[in-house]
Design a binder for this molecule. Structure first.
Ligand code: 5AD
Ligand code: SF4
Length: 433
């Protein structure tokens, strides 16, 4: 009988891809098969995120639960960003944990499972050219890493300390991975990095100096690739050339993530984001002028240290002007190893919650307006997921989640759909013959 692996993945798309890499390595070299039942697993792993405090707190209670339900002799591993950040502390606090494997060390997975109490968390480790075995959760969408780590110094962010300095993956490896996915029937490529449009600044070894715009061109030339998405770009690096390629390349899906973080130039300075409110609005204006159908999503942090009512009002002003199609908003959470952790001008938690409510309620009203404008529109949907309620779900080019009545024949197809019913997050439609 094969050995069984249970893996829980928290955090961002980068973690999803890291999990896929670890699943592939464990399957190819150690014979593990996935299970969704932790109690029958021989190996239980949590691939963690440390970007905010709450999930880190939850980690230890969750580990306790896994330790109680695991079968005799099963191993428990902690991987990902919290593994990088807490290292051996995890084993001190939860001595039944068998190994700790940091982000950026995932290629060592087949080694650490055999070394009890192994802790591998080197953030300088270079696996940018490691030939991982193949595993994809979806047969329709392929996540492909284009860089690892992050060179930015945003004062709120722990990621440079968990994923290390940025190294780009050579473009020929990325193109080859896209080609292989396309040969397996995948139509959509999702390029991943902490700061994708900084791509090409540094490779390990001598490689063709390719920037992100050129990489987009090369991936879009791959036969069989019909859609390209990417996350996350940085507003600072959204130069004209990049926006123009985004606008005119028909394979690039017309949805852009533009992490604002704050609308106040003063707070942006304290966050070391490198751009002003005006630069951000100028980039949005250029984008919307060139791509009228673009949908723009963003990340916003409220109650960063020193954020006054006036600063928050600047954030609201940007939200009113841009009318983002999607907003991921968070109350500032002080993180260890970051510069802002030592800032003393902390904002009262209740004020933070109020600001978050104000922002989210206002954004809900934007969504209520936007959804009405979608009614009756005809969009192309790439169907990816069969739901058990008789619907098949997919996304439009500009990232609207759309469900239609249908069956599995629709999976993997790009089909014209008329939107007939709208809600804030999901829209319903009918297939046009
Ligand atoms: N507190 C709150 N939110 C944070 N993010 C990153 N660090 C913090 C923090 N310390 C948010 C940012 C980022 C998203 C992934 O998480 O908005 O874009
Ligand atoms: Fe979380 Fe950031 Fe690590 Fe992704 S890179 S798992 S968001 S801390």
């Amino acid at each position: 009988m094969s050995k069984k692996l249970f893996i829980e993945t928290l955090g961002c798309a980068m973690n999803v891809r890291d999990s896929e890499h670890m699943i592939a390595e464990l399957n190819a070299h150690e014979g593990y098969e996935l299970t969704s039942d932790a109690s029958e697993a021989d190996l239980i792993m949590i691939n963690t995120c440390s970007v905010r405090e709450k999930p880190v707190h939850k980690l230890f209670s969750e580990l306790g639960v896994f330790n109680r339900l695991k079968k005799e002799g099963a191993k428990i591993g902690v991987t990902g960003c919290t593994a990088s950040h807490l290292g051996k502390e995890i084993i001190k606090k939860a001595p039944y944990v068998n190994f700790v494997l940091g982000a950026r060390n995932v290629s060592k997975i087949t080694d650490v499972i055999h070394r009890d109490k192994a802790v591998e968390i080197d953030i300088d480790y270079d696996e940018s050219q490691f030939a991982f075995k193949d595993f994809r959760t979806s047969g329709h969408k392929a996540y492909i890493n284009i860089s690892i780590g992050c060179d930015k110094q945003c004062t709120f962010c722990i990621v440079p300390k968990t994923r290390g300095e940025e190294i780009s993956i050579p473009s020929d490896l990325i193109v080859a991975e896209a080609a292989k996915a396309a040969q397996n029937g995948v139509k959509e490529i999702f390029l991943l990095g902490q700061n994708v449009n900084n791509y090409g600044r540094r490779f390990s070894g001598e490689h063709d100096k390719v920037n992100f715009t050129e990489l987009l061109r090369r991936v879009s030339a791959v036969e069989g690739v019909e859609r390209i998405r990417f996350t996350s770009p940085h507003p600072l690096h959204m130069d004209d050339e990049f926006i123009e390629e985004f606008a005119k390349n028909p394979k690039i899906c017309k949805s852009m993530h533009m992490p604002l973080q704050s609308g106040s130039t003063e707070i942006l300075k304290a966050m070391k984001r490198g751009y002003s409110k005006e630069w951000f609005l100028n980039r949005v204006e250029k984008l919307r002028a060139m791509v009228p159908d673009v949908s723009i999503s963003t990340d916003i942090i409220v109650a960063f240290p020193g954020e006054s009512d006036e600063d928050f009002e600047h954030t609201m002003d940007v939200v009113r002007k841009v009318r983002f199609e999607q907003v991921f908003s968070f109350k500032y959470s002080p993180r260890p190893l970051t510069e802002a952790e030592s800032f003393t001008n902390i904002i009262d938690s209740e004020i933070g919650s109020e600001r978050l409510n104000t922002l989210q309620a206002y954004h809900d009203s934007i969504l209520d307006d936007l959804k009405v404008t979608n009614l009756g529109k005809v969009v192309e949907v790439y169907f990816e997921e069969l739901r058990n309620d008789g619907y098949v779900a997919g996304r439009s080019d500009n990232n609207i989640m759309i469900k239609v009545k249908g069956s599995e024949e629709l999976l993997g197809q790009i089909v014209k759909v008329k939107i007939t019913e709208v809600s804030r997050m999901v829209q319903y439609g009918e297939i046009l013959a």
